[in-house]
Design a protein around this ligand. Structure first.
Ligand SMILES: *Cc1c(COP(=O)(O)O)cnc(C)c1O
Length: 429
């Protein structure tokens, strides 16, 4: 497969854009390749600037649950666009999308829209701190909440020690109130609550961690996290930016049976336009400006095009859509698992509904970030390249997951399985 035009554009892009990209993982660095420049995309298919077609399992990293340029969503956005691209004033679309969010997240009484998932998670933390009057927050190793200073933190040498910033440019002071715990280890969290009793504003978790592999948690663990929060008066924040709306019931909170205090949303809620949101019960949300003292704002928040994209996307997510996502997911698992087994399980397929991950190694799928084998990168780079050259676009990083959409078909899945069967024997150690 020739990708000369992509390579030429990338050479030019690197002069003007840092690494040629506007979000680091797109640079393909972790799969040792050059990025593919897209020309257009429709349904499950993307076409690159050399005219190559790929079945896309990245789907803009999650938002496109109905595939690229879904005709109904596009038509609705176009109609909204004709009436104005940004009002900077209230409009009916915001009410309608808020109602749709509440229907699927019954523990949310009020919603605030933002323009990204990062903003939603950042604002949820501020709200939790404002409501509790406490400063400390707990995050889990292996969860991602956007590029927020206080959350770009890895665990330090011991639990009681503070974390280490995962990027330069973050003052020690900023992370001095961030505590990092391992996933799937309730004793570690219990220990933090005993050391910092009465000081923790919020515990932030992706209830379905999906940004560092797919680290499916035990419901029991999530329930105990909630119990510890309640006992100490800390708020539980579920970051459902990826997991929100991937499930028939709405959020992963319904799946695991644990109700958080604050929920952060993004990705699907914007249907491919820049949107984030957070919500909670009324008494918590009333602390937010203009009703309460906790400040948060946005020039483009509640943008009419973004609200329309979100509304159209959620309206199309009916029972039938979830049935289809379910059956595509089961089919993926049914076809891929025997192929991986026949090749000595260089990866294990981890799958929940329409999300999947090639977990490196032949052990049981990990639940914690530190259980992911350190050798993940090389083998995955080979897999990625082999699949790409056969017309199947997987995420360009061993730690990123795959996404199915209602635009995928059984034929796409069968084709992917055949490509995998072809690629696996070529994969090095
Ligand atoms: C993608 C993501 C974010 C960040 O959202 P952006 O829109 O990229 O800012 C936050 N949390 C989770 C769980 C995510 O998957």
């Amino acid at each position: 497969m020739e990708r000369q035009n992509s390579e030429a554009l990338h050479s030019e892009a690197r002069v003007h854009l840092v690494g040629g990209v506007n979000s680091p993982v797109r640079a393909f660095k972790s799969v040792h390749g050059n990025p593919v420049y897209f020309q257009e995309a429709s349904g499950a298919i993307v076409i690159d600037v050399d005219g190559n077609e790929y079945v896309d399992f990245v789907q803009s990293w999650g938002p496109l649950v109905h595939g690229h340029s879904h005709p109904e969503i596009i038509a609705n956005i176009a109609e909204a666009m004709a009436k104005g691209t940004s009002f900077g004033a209230p409009h009916e679309g915001e009410i309608e999308l808020a109602k749709m969010v509440k229907e699927r997240f019954p523990h949310i009484d009020m919603v605030r829209f933002t323009s990204s998932g990062t903003e939603a998670a950042m604002s949820a933390v501020r709200l939790a701190r404002g409501v509790t009057g406490r400063d400390h927050i707990v995050k889990f190793d292996g969860c991602y909440h956007g590029h927020i200073d206080s959350l770009l933190v890895n665990s330090g040498s011991g639990l009681a020690t503070f974390g280490i910033a995962s990027s330069p440019g973050i003052p020690d002071d900023t992370i001095s109130t961030t505590l990092v715990a391992p996933l799937d280890d309730i004793d570690a969290l219990r220990y933090l609550f005993s050391e910092y009793s009465g000081k923790i504003a919020a515990v932030l978790i992706e209830p379905l961690p999906a940004n560092n592999g797919l680290l499916i948690q035990r419901n029991e663990f999530l329930r105990k996290v909630k119990d510890l929060c309640e006992e100490d008066g800390a708020l539980l924040v579920f970051d459902e930016v990826i997991s929100g709306f991937r499930f028939r019931s709405g959020g992963y909170s319904e799946v695991c049976g644990v109700v958080p205090d604050i929920t952060a949303l993004g990705k699907i809620i914007g249907g491919g336009l820049p949107v984030g949101a957070y919500g909670a019960r009324e008494e918590v949300m009333r602390q937010l400006s203009p009703l309460g003292p906790v400040y948060q704002a946005g020039t483009l928040s509640g943008n009419p095009l973004a609200m329309m994209a979100g509304k159209s996307t959620l309206a199309l997510l009916d029972e039938e859509a979830y049935d289809l996502l379910d059956s595509l997911g089961s089919m993926l698992e049914k076809l891929l698992v025997p192929i991986l087994e026949a090749n000595g399980n260089p990866f294990r397929l981890v799958r929940i509904e329409s999300l999947f991950w090639f977990s490196p190694g032949d052990d049981e799928p990990p639940r914690r970030a530190d259980q992911i084998p350190g050798t993940a990168g090389k083998k995955y780079a080979d897999l990625h390249k082999g699949m790409l050259d056969r017309g199947y676009m997987l995420a360009p990083s061993a730690y990123e997951i795959g996404f199915l959409s209602t635009a995928h078909t059984e034929e796409h899945i069968r084709g992917m399985a055949a490509a995998l069967e072809d690629v696996l024997p070529e994969i090095g150690e």
